[in-house]
Design a protein around this ligand. Structure first.
Ligand code: ATP
Length: 221
């Protein structure tokens, strides 16, 4: 199967980071920005880089944007340009359209006009940092929906040397331990008698409020 081709519009900090990461992962990436200087900055970091105003339908046609499997729109501050670009890309029939939103309202509009996925990098990173502040044990935090998340955390001291049955996290906190990571080994369906060891990493799923409760109870340091 041919590798997916990506186009990333808007070479701000977020867009350029997505574009160079995809390139490093071995994908073909076209970077687009209306600012020629931004394009100069990413030449060499991506497969191709072109300067174009993406609110201009003809410019997008000329680039052949329809031939890309996935287009990421990472225009932030200029909400009008972000919305117009998304509308045009949708009209042109781009198969998968991922758009960065500046705020909730912007996100709602993007969804209404057909963005396949709306992302909120600042909000999501803020959430992660906040959870890390609640408990330095928190390594990562992924929102599954408005209500549910997955948290990855260093096994808190009170859990060490105990098995899942003794801890009874499901009954006490209404959360589920999905996996236990020991060094490089991932135990993806832990049994009730699996014992948690020092430096293990727990991957837990649950309702946001229940996870936060578990984090606070087990906050250390
Ligand atoms: P970040 O926070 O990721 O640095 P940002 O959210 O502040 O970015 P902007 O700097 O507003 O986003 O926009 C990102 C890029 O999008 C800029 O380099 C800008 O030149 C580009 N851009 C803005 N409007 C257009 C447009 N109509 N066509 C193409 N590129 C555009």
């Amino acid at each position: 199967m041919a590798k997916k081709q990506y186009a990333v519009i808007g070479m701000g900090r977020f867009g350029s980071s997505v574009a160079s990461a995809l390139t490093n992962l071995g994908f073909e990436v076209l970077a687009i920005d209306s600012n020629e200087q931004k394009i100069q900055e990413v030449v060499g970091l991506v497969t191709h880089a072109v300067s174009a105003d993406t609110t201009d339908e003809e410019a997008l046609r000329a680039i052949g944007i329809r031939n890309f499997d996935v287009v990421v729109v990472a225009i932030g501050a200029d909400i009008q340009a972000s919305i117009l670009t998304t509308l045009i890309l949708k009209d042109l029939g781009v198969p998968k359209l991922i758009v960065k939103a500046q705020n909730e309202l912007h996100g709602k509009v993007l969804q209404k006009i057909g963005a396949d996925k709306v992302i909120y990098p600042e909000r999501d990173m803020g959430l992660r940092v906040a959870h890390h502040l609640i408990s330095p044990n928190i390594l990562d935090y992924i929102e599954l929906s408005d209500d549910y998340s997955i948290v990855e955390m260093k096994a808190p001291q009170p859990t060490i040397g105990k098995n899942l049955k003794q801890l009874d996290i499901r009954a006490k906190y209404k959360c589920n331990v999905l996996a236990i990571k020991t060094n490089e080994h991932m135990n993806i369906s832990p049994y009730a008698d699996d014992i948690i060891k020092e430096n293990d990493i727990l991957v837990i799923v649950g309702k946001n409020a229940d996870l936060t409760n578990f984090e606070i109870v087990h906050a250390e340091g």
